[in-house]
Ligand binder design. Sequence first.
Ligand code: GDP
Ligand code: ZN
Length: 298
Amino acid sequence: MIAPTERARVSVTHGRHLRVRTLQGEEIAARSAQRNLHIVCGDWVRVTYDRQHAELRVLAVEPRSTALYRSNARGGGELIAANVSLLLVVFAPVPQPDLFVVDRYLCAARSAGLDAQILLNKCELADEALREELAVFAAAGYRCLELSSHAGIGIQTLREALVGQTAMLVGQSGTGKSSLLRVLVPGADAAVGSLARDQTGRHTTTATHLYPLPRDAELLDSPGVRDFAPAVEQLPHDTLGFVEVETLGAACRFTDCLHLQEPDCAVRAALGTQLAARRYESYRRLRRLYQRLSRAQT
Ligand code: GDP
Ligand code: ZN
């Protein structure tokens, strides 16, 4: 007899351990029925009850609406989260911000079909120069928000932005993502703490959690991959996920223009007007990285 299956959502992954949330809202331990079934947090799965082991068995993974990959050391793609709709890219005045990192996340979001929003956290410490950088992102079409989890600035606006979304926080370490998580998900600490230690109390690799929030919002927190690099194989070859290059590149003389040295390049022609010099520099940097990793793959 074939056991009836139910839909469930993968809400915690920790190494090979899984927890799923049933449609009734119950969170239950689960195990993959097959070794080669690749399951990540955010996945919708088909489960059946295994009476012998008193746990759920995952029989199949449903098709994903989005799949976010990170790059491993050799530039290969590694799936980190499924069905995320919004990437929240956090940067802050301290530690020293690396805007190349911000750009890389934006490219990862673009190429995976996720919306992205930029959060300038610790905004009470931001100077004019940093606000100008934020304005560059806004001019490129990104929604930007100044935030301070300490001063309580922008939190309500962020909550509104999360309605109906499955969001994920990424950004350089130290930009205040854990602090934001604590504000948005009261009690998240306890859940993280219990899973982040093994029986001897030692810290192990931390778990990835999908937290349900009010008003049909969800927050996916993956402490281990908050500062990932996009998978090269997921980036579009001609634009690398830079939105300005997408728009401007249509007018380049060559359809395969890489916007580096080619004549009549509309992207370079827009430098300093529709394309900020810093963003173009970042494009060139990601292009070099892309070429290096592509070579390493072959
Ligand atoms: P994460 O590494 O991105 O998770 O960053 P944390 O949440 O651990 O925060 C790093 C440091 O920034 C901590 O010392 C926080 O107290 C501090 N921090 C977080 N949010 C704010 C803020 O809004 N303003 C200021 N000034 N500091 C903050
Ligand atoms: Zn061009």
